[in-house]
Design a protein around this ligand. Structure first.
Ligand SMILES: CC(=O)SCCNC(=O)CCNC(=O)[C@H](O)C(C)(C)COP(=O)(O)OP(=O)(O)OC[C@H]1O[C@@H](n2cnc3c(N)ncnc32)[C@H](O)[C@@H]1OP(=O)(O)O
Ligand SMILES: O=C([O-])CC(=O)C(=O)O
Length: 382
């Protein structure tokens, strides 16, 4: 907070409570995160991402029948419309996949027969459809960049298994599917973060759901927010990934890299958080998933890089990793191209964003804060 003579300025809205929400609670004192009252660690351990999506929108976990109905809907809405594929094909493979994702969601919005209907029923339908269709955007984009044929969705696989199937064209091992499911659950929702707040601002003007999600994608792209999971991998790549290196040697090189970066006052992505100051509640669960992938793919040197950076940052500044830190190398091990990591975050956060869009719409007030003018005094045009 900065004080001017007349007005208190809350830069970055830090510490400002702007509304209520029943969707999630981030508690930095207890290092906990609840979705609709449930600890996120328990949801990650016991629930499919489909169940968590349902929870996000409806406030309660689904019964067996409700889950079956939702799952059938999701599986029948996975294929991409031809004009979405055509719009993606118009974009260069040198553009960022986040630009592709943003464009694809915009086209999906323009396609929608209820584009201008923001009733609770239409919004829920749009949210479920977007949830179901978005994985194909990521899969299609990664495959076209690799010059591979598109792989059609399979309705005998759950959300995570099908996501990996469409991206890689082969069935992933159960451990990989499980780790992917955990990452989706952990990324699903986090109260009034920058992208969710963006979605709520757009919704507050009575604009439609796809406009709000498209704007949220723009906010997520930046490296201070979702773009950090990609940036983490670039750090690993800059240090150098040497598959034949021992864990200890990799850790020593990473530690030296971090000490140098901090000496140069660099910001290292994947560390720090606006709300959590003693560590991100989601990191232990995501780190366990990363450990599992490191073991599954037998890549101990990545653990060396991970721990070397973490230790050096902790010793120098006591700043802890955020969720993007373990998520980045996990997605790398699964085989995703580095630039695809933030689109994966979108796939998960569509659930949280759309729940917030519906919550904002149900109790709306135009979001329009004030600013303190500090430009020139009034003057005459010469
Ligand atoms: C899923 C997510 O979106 S989680 C967030 C992902 N983002 C990142 O990982 C980006 C890197 N981290 C950061 O930039 C920040 O920690 C943020 C933006 C996430 C939160 O930052 P804020 O609450 O605004 O704190 P701020 O950026 O002012 O940092 C406070 C101090 O810690 C330092 N600091 C914070 N994060 C880092 C970092 N990652 N690397 C180095 N120093 C850092 C700042 O330089 C600053 O130091 P100073 O007081 O000496 O100037
Ligand atoms: O809460 C935040 O500011 C960023 C974050 O961790 C998230 O959106 O998951």
């Amino acid at each position: 907070m900065t004080e001017t003579t007349e007005t208190q300025i809350y830069k970055g809205l830090a510490g400002v409570t702007v509304d209520t929400t029943a969707i999630s609670m981030v508690n930095s004192d207890t290092n906990s995160l609840l979705y609709r009252g449930y600890p996120v660690q328990e949801l990650a351990a016991k629930c499919s991402f489909e169940e968590v999506a349902y929870l996000m929108w409806h406030g309660d976990l689904p019964s067996k029948e409700q889950l079956a109905e939702f799952t059938a809907f999701e599986r029948s809405h996975r294929a991409l419309a031809d004009n979405v594929k055509a719009a993606i094909d118009l974009l260069s493979t040198s553009c960022h996949p986040m630009d592709v994702a943003r464009t694809a969601v915009s086209v999906l919005g323009a396609n929608h027969p209820k584009a201008s209907d923001s009733s609770p029923e239409a919004n829920l339908e749009k949210a479920m459809e977007l949830f179901a269709a978005f994985p194909a955007v990521v899969a299609y984009d990664q495959r076209r960049r690799r010059g591979q044929e598109i792989v059609a969705p399979r309705d005998d696989l759950d959300y995570s298994a099908n996501f990996l199937w469409m991206t890689f064209g082969e069935e992933a091992a159960p451990e990989v599917v499980e780790a992917f499911n955990v990452s989706m659950v952990l990324y699903a929702e986090h109260s009034f973060n920058a992208s969710t707040f963006t979605a709520r601002v757009i919704t507050s003007t009575l604009a439609d759901l796809h406009s709000a999600v498209t704007g949220a994608i723009g906010a997520l792209k930046g490296p201070l927010h979702g773009g950090a999971n990609e940036a983490v991998m670039h750090t690993f790549e800059e240090i150098g990934i040497r598959t034949d290196e021992s864990r200890e040697d990799a850790a020593a090189r990473a530690k030296a890299w971090m000490e140098d970066a901090l000496a140069q006052k660099k910001k290292v992505m994947g560390f720090g958080h606006r709300v959590y100051k003693n560590g991100d509640s989601r990191v232990p669960t995501m780190k366990a998933a990363l450990d599992g992938m490191i073991e599954h793919f037998d890549r101990p040197e990545l653990l060396g890089l991970y721990s070397g950076l973490e230790t050096a940052m902790d010793e120098a500044k006591s700043i802890k990793p955020n969720l993007d830190y373990p998520a980045g190398p996990t997605y790398h091990l699964m085989g995703f191209d580095t630039e695809m990591f933030t689109p994966l975050f979108i796939a998960a956060r569509i659930t949280g964003w759309t729940a917030h869009i519906m919550e904002q719409a149900a109790s709306n007030s135009l979001i329009r804060p004030l600013s303190a003018y500090n430009g020139p005094e009034q003057r005459q045009v010469p």
